[in-house]
Design a protein around this ligand. Structure first.
Ligand SMILES: [Cu+2]
Length: 149
C-alpha cells in the first residue's frame, strides 16, 4: 500500500510539473508586415526558466525581413539595437556577448521558427521588460512588454 501511495504521488508530481512547464512556454508569430502577433507576454513568476518560441509566418528571407525576439530592460533597448545594427546579420543584429541582452533568438526568415530558453533568476517579478526585434528599423513596430507575474 505504501508503495502504491508513493507511485501515485510521483505520478501526481509529474503531472503538476508538466502543466507548470506549459505555462512557462510562450509563443508568438512575426510576419512580413513587420509585426509581432502580440504586444504583451507574461509567465508565472514560479517559472524558473521560460521558453519563447518565435514563428515567422511570412515568406520573405532573413536578409530582407528577418526577425528575432530579444529581451532587455527598457532603458537598454535603444543602445542594444544601435550596437546590434553595427554587428550585422551574421551576428543576428546583436553585439556578441552583449550582457544587456537577457535572452534572444536567432534572426529567422519566413517559414522558419526559433526559440530561446532563459533563466528567470536575473529578472524581477512585476517589472516590465521590453522585447523587440533587433533587425534594423524593426523595433519601431516590433516591440512589446514581458512580465513575470
Ligand atoms: Cu523584425
Amino acid at each position: 500500500m505504501k508503495k502504491l501511495i508513493a507511485l501515485l504521488s510521483t505520478a501526481l508530481l509529474l503531472s503538476v510539473n508538466a502543466a507548470h512547464a506549459d505555462e512557462c512556454t510562450l509563443s508568438l508569430d512575426a510576419n512580413d508586415m513587420m509585426q509581432f502577433s502580440t504586444k504583451t507576454l507574461s509567465a508565472p513568476k514560479s517559472c524558473k526558466k521560460v521558453t519563447v518560441k518565435l514563428s515567422h509566418v511570412g515568406k520573405l528571407p532573413a536578409n530582407v525581413m528577418g526577425h528575432n525576439w530579444g529581451l532587455a530592460s527598457e532603458k537598454n533597448m535603444q543602445a542594444i539595437i544601435t550596437d546590434g545594427n553595427a554587428a550585422g546579420l551574421s551576428n543576428h543584429y546583436l553585439k556578441p556577448n552583449d550582457t544587456r541582452v537577457l535572452a534572444a533568438t536567432d534572426i529567422i526568415g519566413g517559414g522558419k521558427s526559433a526559440q530561446v530558453t532563459f533563466n528567470t533568476s536575473a529578472l524581477t517579478a512585476g517589472t516590465n521588460y521590453t522585447y523587440f526585434c533587433s533587425f534594423p528599423g524593426h523595433y519601431a513596430m516590433m516591440k512589446g512588454t514581458f512580465t513575470l507575474k
